[in-house]
Design a binder for this molecule. Structure first.
Ligand SMILES: [Zn+2]
Length: 272
């Protein structure tokens, strides 16, 4: 018989929801939380050491998101299967939904798939993840709970030979209600280089989860990317989670697009 799970967790094999009735207006997602490959996929033809690289997941992102969720009393939805199987932060028609190549590494187990095999991967991980987010948001809206969606990711310090200078990046589209005060708050911190739509932007099709669940409903949203060498250990994970929790505790969306921020008390300085 299956052991009862704590009431604060609702799990399946491929998605986990922590604190589903969180009181915070923020709902967090961790789209690339895990590098787990179910046994049926073997190693997808990769060397075992490749499976711990960033191509398989966002190292450090989940512990940061988890600590933020606990501190903010926020709901967190996380994937539990590697993005190498199916990338939950991509639309179903994206060429890298099941990536044949990641950065410069070919993924043999992802080439030559039949439509049936692709559909099985979508059903295994993509649908449960998006179904869980959908359910959480619909429930919140039904009970009139304010909802802002934030996804937490991490990025590799060196990509295709290029050193990335940002410690953290905030990704947003033309709805900046959440991103603008968040970026302003981060830029007030000394010693932190903030990327704005770096190292990615919505043009790279990395904004999918937020487009699907927040933008489609007019909800404020933003995407956080933390450089993964900053959060490779517990000390860094705690530092960034606490720093972001402090910011999110006071973070209010701008009233309307293009208006001045109502969240920022002090004048904004550029830190990067
Ligand atoms: Zn990611």
């Amino acid at each position: 018989m299956e052991t009862a799970r704590p009431a604060s967790h609702a799990s399946s094999d491929s998605v986990r929801v922590t604190n589903p009735r969180g009181a915070s207006p923020f709902v967090l997602t961790c789209d690339h939380a895990s590098n787990f490959l179910p046994a049926e996929f073997g190693t997808l033809g990769l060397a075992v050491e490749d499976l711990s690289r960033h191509i398989a997941w966002d190292p450090g992102a989940l512990p940061v998101a988890m600590r933020m969720a606990q501190a903010l009393d926020a709901t967190l939805v996380e994937t539990r299967i590697s993005r190498l199987v199916v990338d939950c932060n991509r639309p179903l028609d994206a060429p890298d939904l099941v990536p044949p190549v990641s950065e410069t590494t070919a993924i043999p187990g992802n080439t030559g798939l039949t439509e049936k095999q692709r559909a099985a991967r979508v059903a295994l991980s993509w649908q449960p993840f998006h179904g869980a987010i959908e359910h959480i948001i619909e429930e919140r809206l039904a009970r009139g709970q304010e909802t802002r969606l934030v996804s937490v990711h991490s990025f590799t310090p060196v990509y295709k030979g290029y050193d990335r200078p940002w410690h953290i990046g905030i990704i947003h589209d033309d709805d900046r209600r959440l991103a603008s005060p968040l970026i302003a708050a981060l830029k007030r911190l000394a010693g932190i280089t903030v990327g704005v739509n770096e190292p990615y932007s919505p043009a790279d099709r990395v904004y999918f989860t937020l487009e699907r669940h927040a933008r489609s409903r007019g909800l404020p949203c933003a995407m956080i990317e933390i450089r993964n060498d900053e959060i490779s250990g517990e000390t860094g994970q705690r530092k960034w989670a606490d720093l972001l929790t402090g910011i999110f505790s006071d973070l209010e969306p701008q009233e309307a697009r293009g208006s001045r921020s109502i969240a920022v008390g002090k004048s904004v300085q550029s830190a990067s």
